[in-house]
Design a binder for this molecule. Structure first.
Ligand code: C5P
Length: 234
């Protein structure tokens, strides 16, 4: 059996990880794993159980007990929490903010990283998007990307995506929220957001989705060609 082909995509929110991760997974016929959705689901479960943001032990228990399933194609991925479809709910502002907080708890991370490794090892391979994929979850990933963009561009994109869901959001509010999440992700003690030494860094500020996609696809094909030849030939 050939070893699964792993593509890691890390970077701050709004850099294009999920749009590009889905497209790459679809194009390459790989599984797509949205690790942020898992942290969001834990945040939702904690809020529903009345566990406070500051109760690390309580949050760890919620993470361990939560059944989280990701189902469907990259483009129509559904997220189930304890059997309930929470795909829409976890996209809200509250779950996003909650995820940014619960993800600072080491026991929560340990539990979700363990599950992400299990999911990733299954099958032919996968594209995972998150903050610590290339540094912690799969440090030996076949290809690592770090997508970034200036905060103003990321805030503009996020506002566009959230317009239907959160009427009344302003650019300034979204930018402040992005800056706050960046700060929390970059400064937490456990698995802070950082660029893996061997990651391909792409600043998407001035690039179209298509340009970034083609560049990522070329990189993956180069590596995959090499990996396939190395793995399959006698
Ligand atoms: O990517 P998304 O915005 O859905 O992630 C929600 C939050 O979960 C992020 O702001 C980040 O704090 C956290 N996260 C993380 N590690 C991951 C994925 C997400 O800490 N691998």
């Amino acid at each position: 059996m050939t070893k699964p082909f792993i593509v890691a995509i890390d970077g701050p929110s709004g850099a294009g990880k999920s749009t590009l991760g889905r497209r790459l997974a679809r194009e390459l016929g790989l599984l797509y794993i949205d690790t942020g959705a898992m942290y969001r689901a834990v945040a939702l479960a904690a809020a529903e159980a009345g566990v406070s943001d500051t109760d690390a032990e309580g949050l760890a228990g919620v993470a361990r007990r939560a059944s989280i399933r990701l189902e469907g194609d990259p483009d129509s991925l559904r997220v189930f929490l304890d059997g309930r479809d929470v795909s829409a709910e976890i996209r809200g502002e509250a779950a996003g903010r909650g995820a940014s907080v619960v993800s600072t708890v080491p026991e929560v991370r340990r539990e979700l990283v363990r599950r992400q490794r299990e999911l990733g090892r299954d099958g032919e391979g996968c594209v995972l998007d998150g903050r610590d994929i290339g540094t912690v979850v799969f440090p030996a990933a076949d290809v690592k990307f770090f997508l970034t963009a200036v905060p103003e561009a990321r805030a503009r994109r996020r506002l566009g995506e959230e317009r239907e869901r959160s009427a009344g959001r302003t650019f300034e509010g979204t930018l402040a929220d992005i800056n706050e999440r960046d700060r929390r992700d970059a400064t937490r003690d456990d698995s802070p957001l950082r660029i893996a030494d061997d990651a391909v860094v792409i600043d998407t500020t001035e690039l179209s989705v298509e340009e970034v996609f083609q560049s990522m696809l070329r990189t993956v094909r180069d590596r995959r060609g090499g990996a396939d030849r190395g793995g399959d030939e006698p």
